[in-house]
Design a protein around this ligand. Sequence first.
Ligand code: HEM
Length: 519
Amino acid sequence: MEVVARFVADLRKKNILSSNLSVASTAAIGVLILLALRYPDRAIFTEHREGVPHDKGLPLVGQLFSLLKNKYRIHDFQAEKFVKTMSVLGLPRGVMTIDPRNVEHVLKTNFENYVKSNWFNYCTEHLLGHGIFNANGAQWRWQRKAASLIFNVKNFRDQFTETFSVFIDEIEILCSETLDKAVVSGDAVDIHDHMFRFTLDSFVYLGFGVQLNALKTKGEVTFAASFDACQLYSFEKFMNPLIEFTSVIDRILHPRKKTMKQHIATVDQFAADVISKRRTELANGEVHTDLLSRFMSAKNENDEPLNDKELRDVVLNFIIAGRDTTAQALSWTFYCLANAPEVEEKLFKEIKDYIKDEKKMDSTELYETIKNMTYSHAVFYEVLRLYPSVPNNQKYAINDDVLPDGTKIRKGDTVSWSPYGTARSKNVWGLDAASFNPERWITPEGDLRRESQGKWSVFHGGPRVCLGQNLATLEALVAIIFLVKRYKFTMLPNQNITYETSLTHPMKNGLKVKVEKRA
Ligand code: HEM
């Protein structure tokens, strides 16, 4: 305290503090100075972690400003920092890792110890509610069980003809409504936007029996725009402890912009319409076996049928799962192919060798053929490796633990991992980690290589592994194969292709391409 008193006296001497400075404010400054001496390079009340390299920041706020400065390139920022711990005022304390052994431990080996945190819940609840992505324990288990009935191998096989033809029909709509016209007119096409429309139409029809026709809609799809805004807001909450304040400023600066409340009302209304349409159909004696009807006949953790709020959460959680992830993976695929002509050539050759005339093949034949197209799978896996649809993720430790690399985890820590960062680590993926190289997925025998869930965690792992992995791979390969076979896409010059920081991994400015028909 003597140090503080001397400091304040010094300020007085220099007339920096007025003589009537209250005792209270002197004490407050004193406390702040003491705290700054105690936490000179990290957020207040953050202790150094034994054995965990610490990234130095400013007194009391830690890395807050550096995080805010880098929030638009957050995945690269984290990839640069990822073997460390960062302390940020206002964000939960935690440890970050890109070590596949640690990731596998958190997802699988010690699954019971790592859950979705209250913080995750706070950041995503306005959109996800208590849906499968935001649930733990019994609340997660009944949702997983209900959804598994749809995605299990038997059901997938029984229903796949219909599933397959939905993907093919939607691709045909994309071709006739947009791509063939662009070939003739020479107009550029935003392939990112159209991939979102393709997966939205396909998934909403398959999952809920609703024909949305986003591919036929000119201009913005209102629901999709609001859904995206809600996701951006979630990510902003993860990154920005000043969100309540910055949102007010944003509202003042952009008074005409749709508010978050209005965006939420739009997505809620969409879900309500889907549910009420299905209730009417059921009342009229229609029989459905899709995702929505499975959940409508499921029971929640209290053994009760789901109410409208629970069904709303189901609809919105599954749209994020079924629309965004696959659309992004497809968009990044066309970006990677446009920048790697030798890969595109090889892919095109495999497609020509296997698919002579797609219009003459029935669903079963097409499915069996696609399953054997090793190079097409390798391209898709490599795109997901470099541009994972969920680029970073986190869980909350219920109890103390030790990660396989020796890092001590304390009860209440957040453990974050970054599939995006792991992909770029030379220690994990070798010297060419950052290059787009589908060959890495092919074994010397010519088979598709399998990687551990810790090293390639793009579909998550352990008991919460992605339920739609097979569906997504099939959908993406149908789209890639049909489109690459028919068209050559060339990127327009001078585009700034980068990601939007969000819960998933969209492109920020889309991807504009010129479309030519292949001979
Ligand atoms: C390329 C496409 C896809 C990728 C990269 C992907 C990736 C992931 C990831 C990383 C998770 C874990 C998220 C978390 O932290 O909770 C996840 C979970 C999940 N995914 Fe996917 N996904 C894809 C497509 C799909 C599709 C098409 C569906 C089907 C609707 C789907 C259904 C689910 C479900 C239901 C979960 C929750 C699992 C649970 O918590 O038990 N996914 N996915």
